[in-house]
Design a protein around this ligand. Structure first.
Ligand SMILES: NC(=O)c1ccc[n+]([C@@H]2O[C@H](COP(=O)([O-])OP(=O)(O)OC[C@H]3O[C@@H](n4cnc5c(N)ncnc54)[C@H](OP(=O)(O)O)[C@@H]3O)[C@@H](O)[C@H]2O)c1
Length: 352
């Protein structure tokens, strides 16, 4: 990486279906100079998240699409390298929505200072960051698991799903994870102490899931949609709760409504089983749940009761390939790009 230039990755074309490397373009720019009230950030770690796929499309969502030629959006852990802002000094570590770039200017809005002594800084992008908060808030505000109930979550080795299952167990519920492949299932069961883990890639997945949930499902934390949702639907108990967090199985779909129309069966189940199905975006719950999340999950990490896994990729230039792979399950744990090795401390070696 050049130290005299900044690098950024922009959206060069809108994907149709699965993104291709050609949909991204790497650009070199001058290192920006902070003006009055601004600061310059050097990105240390960049988070790659499924929501970024939605921003590549030109359609209405909870956030505007990335314009063609615009820098791909994303949150990062960054170091303040120059500051004309009263609240930040050179050397501070922060989380910031820098996008996919090596250097960024900020006016201080939406920056959060990170104390590297509390937990490895990379946790602020995963278990103690936006994905972890999604798990915590969706489960507490909508899922509300009671002792003895069964909670099911897919993408169970990722930052959202892994915390959902562990929090369900802490609440006294039974946690059943769904993941792609035997290695991820073994991790959910053995390392994260889920009660059971089921591989959604096996041909008899629906029967295996039913066998893992002999008392039905009381909370299904929806991360993926698609075939997993079809297997879950008949197992939902009366008054089951379904926090709809994400639909990653559908993010690369070309046309909405392809294949069989499952809506009538879904609506019938919602009616006859008195289901609560509620979509949410994590930031809707910040005022009510954020402080408790940091305290409880922070304590859980410190005590070793809550575990997490991080999957590192080196170099901003490798972000597009890693991102495309994540949408198909090639990541194993929270996917993070080490953007600047010179800034790296040992925090990325301590993921548990
Ligand atoms: N609502 C919110 O505020 C919010 C915030 C953050 C994240 N989310 C959502 O939460 C979900 C999980 O996010 P994450 O960051 O924890 O991602 P992640 O687990 O690190 O990565 C996505 C995972 O999805 C799984 N997957 C992909 N295609 C699948 C398919 N067809 N069927 C089943 N599983 C599939 C893969 O795991 P396997 O290999 O195990 O299949 C893949 O590793 C996503 O839907 C995301 O959009 C929502």
């Amino acid at each position: 990486m050049s130290t005299t230039k900044a690098t950024q990755i922009v959206l060069s074309s809108r994907p149709r279906g699965k993104p291709r490397l050609a949909d991204f373009r790497l650009e070199e720019t001058e290192i920006p100079v902070p003006g009055p009230g601004q600061l310059l950030l050097r990105v240390q770690y960049l988070s790659l998240d499924p929501y970024m796929r939605g921003r590549m499309d030109d359609r209405e969502s909870y956030a505007p699409p990335t314009p063609l030629g615009g820098v791909m959006p994303g949150e990062a852990v960054a170091k303040v390298v120059a500051s004309h802002h009263p609240a930040f000094t050179e050397g501070d570590t922060v989380t910031a929505y820098t996008g996919w770039r090596t250097q960024a200017i900020s006016d201080g809005a939406n920056l959060r200072k990170v104390d590297p002594d509390l937990s490895p800084v990379t946790t602020r992008l995963g278990v103690l960051g936006m994905p972890g908060f999604t798990a915590y808030s969706g489960l507490n505000a909508i899922g509300k698991p009671a002792p003895g109930e069964t909670v099911v979550v897919a993408a169970a080795s990722g930052p959202v799903g892994s915390l959902v299952g562990q929090l369900a167990r802490i609440a006294g519920a039974k946690a059943v994870g769904i993941a792609g492949g035997s290695e991820k299932c073994a991790y959910a069961k053995n390392d994260l102490a889920f009660d059971a883990a089921v591989d959604h890639k096996t041909p008899d997945f629906a029967a295996r899931l039913a066998a893992a949930c002999p008392n039905g499902i009381d909370v299904y934390f929806e991360n993926v949609g698609g075939a997993v949702w079809q297997a879950v639907l008949p197992l939902l108990n009366k008054f089951a709760r379904v926090p709809v967090s994400g639909l990653v199985a559908q993010y690369n779909a070309i046309e909405a409504g392809e294949g069989a129309d499952h809506l009538p069966a879904t609506m019938r189940a919602i009616l006859t089983k008195s289901l609560t199905v509620r979509g949410f975006i994590n930031f809707e719950f910040v005022s009510e749940y954020y402080d408790a999340f940091l305290r409880e999950v922070g304590d859980g990490i410190a005590s070793g009761r809550i575990r997490y896994r991080e999957d590192f990729v080196d170099g901003l230039e490798n972000a597009p390939k890693a991102f495309i792979g994540m949408l198909e399950g090639h990541n194993f744990g929270k996917l993070i790009v080490r953007v600047d090795r010179d800034l790296n401390d040992d925090s990325d070696k301590t993921g548990k």
